[in-house]
Ligand binder design. Structure first.
Ligand code: CO
Length: 132
């Protein structure tokens, strides 16, 4: 079902400051920001070998990411796994009693869906099926 880690999501207050840290201190390049989450966030991907770091900055104060930052502050947000077939994965996870949040939606890397952290030992999990 799961092939590999696709990316690690990190919540940041200021995307440009975070990208500058990755560029100048860690010497890692990041992609030009795109708008995601139905206009509630800006996202930039940092490539580290075969894994990406997804830097996520909220737009406005009302989105899910803005609320996360307010409550928890900057830092680790979610882990995203690559799956072959997202619908098959969702079916299997639901059979195991997992709380799948909504339907798969197009995201930064492909169709993705989240699992509630209450069933995953406290880690927000994203599954992505990449477009070939
Ligand atoms: Co993600």
């Amino acid at each position: 079902m799961i092939k590999k880690i696709s990316h690690l999501g990190v919540a940041v207050k200021n995307l440009e400051e975070a990208r500058e840290f990755y560029r100048s201190v860690l010497k890692l390049e990041s992609s030009d920001p795109i708008i995601g989450g139905d206009g509630t966030l800006r996202v930039s991907m940092v490539k580290v070998g075969k894994v990406l770091i997804e830097l996520i900055e909220p737009i406005g104060n009302d989105g899910v990411m803005a609320k996360f930052l307010e409550k928890r502050g900057e830092g680790f947000h979610h882990i995203c796994y690559d799956v072959d077939d997202i619908n098959a994965a969702i079916l299997s996870l639901k059979e195991s009693g997992m709380d799948v949040l909504g339907e798969p939606k197009p995201g930064a890397e492909g169709k993705s869906v989240f699992l509630h952290p209450r069933g995953t030992f406290g880690v927000l999990v994203e599954l992505v099926e990449k477009e070939e």
